[in-house]
Design a protein around this ligand. Structure first.
Ligand SMILES: NC(=O)c1ccc[n+]([C@@H]2O[C@H](COP(=O)([O-])OP(=O)(O)OC[C@H]3O[C@@H](n4cnc5c(N)ncnc54)[C@H](OP(=O)(O)O)[C@@H]3O)[C@@H](O)[C@H]2O)c1
Length: 257
């Protein structure tokens, strides 16, 4: 049997983008519950403070990640306040679907920047911190609707950013393995994270979508942020170390239909 190195310790430090709400908040708390010091990043300071409430080990950084100096600021803050970056969760995203006929240039630019350019620049800035102490883990949060040959009307731009993120996951897994860095993805199905307002939907549209997609899902319901966060935390465990480049659909079977 080939020899394996002893297991590294559980992650001691983690950065979660979009950590002020939904899946990001649940992920930050799941990682903190497992012993990591966590930096949550987003634009809304009050939301970030809500995530940190009751957690001494969760720090906050309010910044727009699409600003030019933001990635380096995130890395510098994490290294200073957490002592390093064992885990980086690229979770922040500009959500929202729109028919091509109704495309809005500002939304297109925000989705390409937030969902695609930000993860690239953030991982780039974090490379040395991630490679320290034997190598850390990057988790990219994609979307089960952008996997395989699936397609539906209105999902072109958002879905394209998520399909591209899966490609980054595979490519970085190969490129960064020699530095000991693992790169994995989690692709949620529809999750009741309360993202309606951010995605420009009315409460009625949001409720209707949850009902509709819940009905299409083999398990008969949409997911919860905690059900996604649990898998993200599992994938960062030291005993998950032989996994890299994989994207795990966590979607109640939706992507199989
Ligand atoms: N919910 C679902 O059904 C679902 C399904 C598939 C995939 N996902 C993915 O899961 C992830 C989390 O989504 P969610 O459902 O939890 O939605 P959410 O609550 O709207 O989370 C998105 C987060 O990103 C942050 N964000 C957006 N733009 C930002 C920017 N420029 N700079 C910094 N932070 C920014 C938002 O905070 P601020 O606005 O305060 O900055 C927010 O906390 C996303 O990657 C999404 O694509 C969600």
């Amino acid at each position: 049997m080939p020899e394996t190195a002893p297991l590294p310790p559980a992650p001691r430090s983690a950065v979660v983008t979009g950590g002020g709400s939904g899946i990001g908040r649940a992920t930050a708390r799941a990682l903190a519950d497992r012993g990591a010091a966590v930096l949550v990043v987003g634009r809304t300071a009050t939301d970030l403070a809500g995530t940190a409430e009751g957690y001494d080990t969760i720090r906050t950084l309010a910044v727009d990640l699409t600003e030019a100096d933001a990635p380096q600021k995130v890395v510098d803050t994490a290294v200073r306040e957490l002592g390093g970056i064992d885990v980086l969760v690229n979770n922040a995203a500009a959500l929202g679907h729109r028919a091509l006929a109704d495309v809005d240039p500002q939304q297109v630019a925000a989705q390409l920047a937030t969902n695609l350019a930000v993860p690239v620049l953030l991982v780039h800035s974090a490379l040395d911190a991630l490679a320290a102490d034997g190598g850390g883990t990057v988790v990219n949060v994609g979307s089960s609707g952008a996997r395989g040959s699936r397609a539906w009307a209105g999902n072109s731009v958002y879905g394209a950013t998520k399909a591209a993120l899966d490609f980054l996951t595979r490519t970085w897994a190969v490129e960064l393995a020699p530095r000991g860095i693992r790169v994995v993805g989690v692709a949620p199905g529809l999750v009741d994270s309360g993202f309606a307002e951010r995605a420009g939907m009315s409460p009625e549209q949001y409720e209707g979508m949850l009902r509709h997609v819940g009905g299409l899902t083999p398990q008969g319901r949409v997911g919860t942020p905690e059900e996604i966060a649990w898998w993200i935390a599992q994938l960062t465990r030291p005993d998950a170390r032989y996994l890299t480049g994989a994207v795990l659909p966590v979607d109640g079977g939706l992507s199989l239909t």
